[in-house]
Write a protein that binds this ligand. Structure first.
Ligand SMILES: Cc1ncc(COP(=O)(O)O)c(C=O)c1O
Length: 395
């Protein structure tokens, strides 16, 4: 591991990410970039229009610390409409700078030095860094890849039990899950809730992909299970649902005492953000059910295009139940089974960029995902078609 001069010991090891390397490679080689998980198509016009109209008005100034009352009400109403439970917009909802600030604010607010956080890996990259910045210790539990086509990512309940210690303070869950596209089943969520209650844990649940769920998969928020609302903070954001990842409007909902704790940390991170975007996101959250259904169906279609294209390119694919991402097992086209080496050579071999799943694991467990690679499919038809055509060069 290269030591970064001047950087605090807490953040050594969190150097430049592979995303930056792969994106630079995409630009340098003129490759189709399926590495980064953001859409290249716009959000709903009625949402964009509200933001445009808000610029040049009082919305340009600092919004209230917890977020505008209108947006907090919209979040509470939306939460109750789709996932439950209900929250008081005045005391139990906090608007944040994306889900990222909700997560880091919660970790900074809740963890004391040495407190342990149980979470699943592969994991979204800000979790380990957020835990480290808060002085906590990550205790990752591996998700095991499907062993057959159409199989599911699973975890071993014994490995989950083994990760829990007397120092465990928090369970950090991400469902639907990045990078695997797994939706934790109702039985799995129930098991996690039972552990949280038995060990008196707080739960932080990242549900940013809550609306991007396909086929028969159903998203169940752990906050809705008996005994869970009082110990759970639910995080989500507008970025994925409305194709506005650059707006960075997120939120966190939970019992008032937990939300007050997060607000205490959050007020010294950004204080507030995105004034003109807050009314726009409020309008988006109030869109009819048909918008959210159509968004999921549209992405499901993009998933199918990419998954078929990858299969036509001779790549075994784990087709995801949700999110923006499909996972490929590269062993048949990369004899040493090294996903990172595969990603470094893919621009040359096929003119496409992806990211190795190994980077989403704790270094001690990276071998579990060494042979896997993540491709994003939240891209325009023409971009996906071009990527699919180029991937045929691999056969
Ligand atoms: C699982 C997960 N959580 C959180 C985020 C960050 O969300 P935001 O952009 O709202 O901070 C992402 C973005 O990729 C994500 O994949």
């Amino acid at each position: 591991m290269t030591r970064v001069p001047h950087l605090t010991a807490r953040l050594q090891g969190f150097g430049t990410t592979v995303f930056a390397e792969m994106s630079a490679l995409a630009v340098a080689t003129g490759s189709v970039n399926l590495g980064q998980g953001f859409p290249d198509y716009p959000g709903p016009p009625e949402v964009l229009e509200v933001a445009r109209a808000a610029i040049g008005t009082a919305a340009d100034q600092y919004p209230p610390g917890p977020g505008t009352a209108e947006l907090r009400r919209a979040i509470a109403t939306h939460r109750e409409r789709f996932a439950g439970p209900s929250y008081d917009p005045d005391t139990e909802v906090l608007v944040t700078a994306g889900a990222t600030e909700a997560l880091s604010g919660a970790l900074l607010a809740l963890l004391d030095t040495g407190d342990e956080v149980v979470l699943f890996e592969p994991m979204y990259d800000c979790y380990a860094a957020g835990i480290a910045m808060a002085g906590g210790v990550a205790r990752p539990v591996p998700l095991h890849p499907p062993t057959e086509d159409g199989g599911r990512w699973t975890f071993d309940p014994a490995e989950l039990r083994a990760a829990m210690t007397p120092r465990t303070k928090l369970l950090l869950l991400n469902s639907p899950h990045n990078p695997t596209g797994k939706v934790f089943t109702p039985d799995e969520v129930e098991l996690l809730a039972a552990h949280a209650i038995a060990n008196d844990l707080l739960v932080l649940t990242d549900e940013v992909y809550e609306h991007l769920v396909f086929g028969n998969a159903r998203h169940v928020s752990i906050a809705t299970l008996p005994g869970m609302r009082e110990r759970t903070l639910v995080v989500s954001s507008a970025g994925k649902t409305f194709n506005v990842t650059g707006w960075k409007i997120g939120w966190i909902c939970g019992p008032a005492a937990l939300v007050v704790a997060v607000r205490t940390a959050k007020q010294f991170l950004t204080y507030v953000n995105g004034g003109p975007f807050q009314p726009a996101v409020a309008a988006g959250l109030a869109l009819p059910d048909t918008y959210f259904e159509a968004a999921a169906r549209d992405l499901e279609y993009r998933r199918d295009v990419l998954v078929q294209g990858l299969r036509d390119g001779g790549l075994p694919v784990f087709s995801p139940e949700a999110t923006y991402f499909a996972t490929v097992d590269v062993r048949s086209v990369q004899p040493d089974g090294d996903g990172l080496a595969f990603c470094r050579s893919l621009p040359e071999r096929a003119g496409v960029v992806a990211v190795p799943t190994g980077v989403f694991y704790d270094p001690a467990h990276a071998h579990l995902g060494r042979h896997l690679v993540r491709f994003a499919f939240c891209k325009r038809d023409g971009v996906l078609a071009e990527a699919v055509q180029r991937l045929r060069r691999l056969t």
